[in-house]
Design a protein around this ligand. Sequence first.
Ligand SMILES: Nc1ncnc2c1ncn2[C@@H]1O[C@H](COP(=O)(O)OP(=O)(O)OP(=O)(O)O)[C@@H](O)[C@H]1O
Length: 616
Amino acid sequence: MDVPAGADRLLRWAVRAGGGWTFGLAVVALAGAVAELLLPLTLGRAVDAALGGDGGWWPVAACALVALLIVTDTVGDLATGYGAARATERVRVRLLRHLFALDVRQVRRYPVGDLVGRLVAQAADTGQAGNAVVLGVVSLLPPVGSVVALTLLEPVLGLTLLAGLVVLAVLMRAFVADASAAVGAYQRTLGAIAGRLLEASGGARTVAAAATTDREVDRVLTTLPELARHGRHGWQALARASARTAAVAPLLSLAVIAVGGYALSAGWLTPGELVAAVRYAALGAGLGAVVATLNRLVRSRAGAGRVAELLARPATPDGHRPVPAGRGALRLHRVTVRADDGRPILDGVELDVPAGATLAVVGASGAGKSTLAAVAGRLYDPDEGEVLLDGVPLAEWDHAALRTAVGYAFERPVLVGATIHEAVGLALPPGSAAPPAGSAPAGAAVLRATRDAAIADCVARLPDGFRTRTEAAPLSGGEAQRLGLARALAAGRLLILDDATSSLDTATEHRIARAVAGRAGDRTRLIVTHRVATAAAADLVAWLDAGRLRAVGPHRRLWADPAYRAVFTPTDPVATPRGPADATAATPGGPPAPPTGPTAAAGTPAGTPAGTGGKR
Ligand SMILES: Nc1ncnc2c1ncn2[C@@H]1O[C@H](COP(=O)(O)OP(=O)(O)OP(=O)(O)O)[C@@H](O)[C@H]1O
């Protein structure tokens, strides 16, 4: 099976992560194996002593060894469970931290279900590494020790067992190869099914509305036969290995007993030594434990392979430059973002947004607006070019400082945090979000943010107000958007709204527009929008067309271009506004503030007459 190069390194790390429990398991497992090896010899001596009419200490020693075996078994079970739990926890934490350190584009390459599979099942398999390695090594001791003990009793006996064990080792090798391939394929297929399942449950409404349940079930489970095949393949490999050891082991014991019987009649062995030899033969040939631990090791290595594959993806490096002075001047310099197939999604975008300005990003669906918004706040890095905030490339900003400086709100926000209070407060500066002592429902900053985002009344109506658990909050799409906005409004220098008001009614949107416009001049706003009124109210409009910046300038000037007007009303000539006056008339609650910000020249690509459509 192809296991990523980092799998074995991760396995070694996971063994160490088991800490004292894995070490303890090694000690008790070793003690148990030694006791198991000494028991036949002690029993043999006890038999010889009894035959000679002398009880002596051998029976007592045999009883002590049996007691030791019971203790080591019990403690071993405990150490196995605790060690695996500890190692699994560390693998999960490491993997989760790494996932969040990856840029959004890398994470999106994996279906969510596949990631959950790696984080839950394969991390647990990896966490078994300590047990698998310790028990694997210890399970080799009885056969190896039996060969040594038999050789000491009578060399021919040792050679007989050794020859049989070599045959068994060859059979085991085949098992490891077979089982590894089956387990790896099973985990991959299961991950793909889980991915489709999560996708389908996210679109449950659409599935129900379209009455395509049967088709969706078929689609999710389309690889179920493949999964069953890999599962059967794995179990068959295990069954074959067990059957082979079960068939070879008695033959091997019989061979040692036959040779031992001959040695007894030839006077090379005492009766007690023959008793010991018979038990050593059984111990040495009984490789059931080896098969079980090999199986555990195979699963652990396959799981580690899938975890290591993610860990091998490079995390986004953080910068350590001191936070520059400034109020959010944004510059995109020759920014190009490519799809996996190399096709440009953004192509050489050159854009200057002066500090304090409001920039509307418009364009047809798929023009690259969200991609521009994503690189503007470093949700991921462009493939070429760079983005600078207040003169410092985003890649050189300290991560925490950048997250305080830039606030994002999205069309479909995910509320991060256990409660509504946390969901809003997480983005606020430390200290400002904490609820005051006593029964006050929310910190002042959280309260202000929710009022600004016109969601405070809605939160007050929730069963537990700000303490309502996010998953239990019955929020509409527009309410969720407003909570996302409340979180983003804390942004220090750059507020990025990616279609973040698309689900709001006009009156609410107008209220929020005022909050967004608040602290005017104090921070920059980048607003991805399809609405003509929002573009009209902005200081500057960046018009994207198929990944290229077609023009930058005030809406009023761009409006002269029919192609620009078509961005807002491409298919309905009746509804097409006749000019900027119509656009302003569409502004909720009255005309938008006239463009007060920078002139078109400030944002227009050099040499391109604003609004002419020259930059294609
Ligand atoms: N990771 C990706 N891999 C491949 N293609 C991508 C990726 N991300 C975006 N795209 C494609 O790039 C184009 C621009 O996407 P983007 O989401 O930026 O458009 P948009 O202008 O925001 O569209 P909309 O208005 O519909 O939201 C689309 O064709 C999209 O399918």
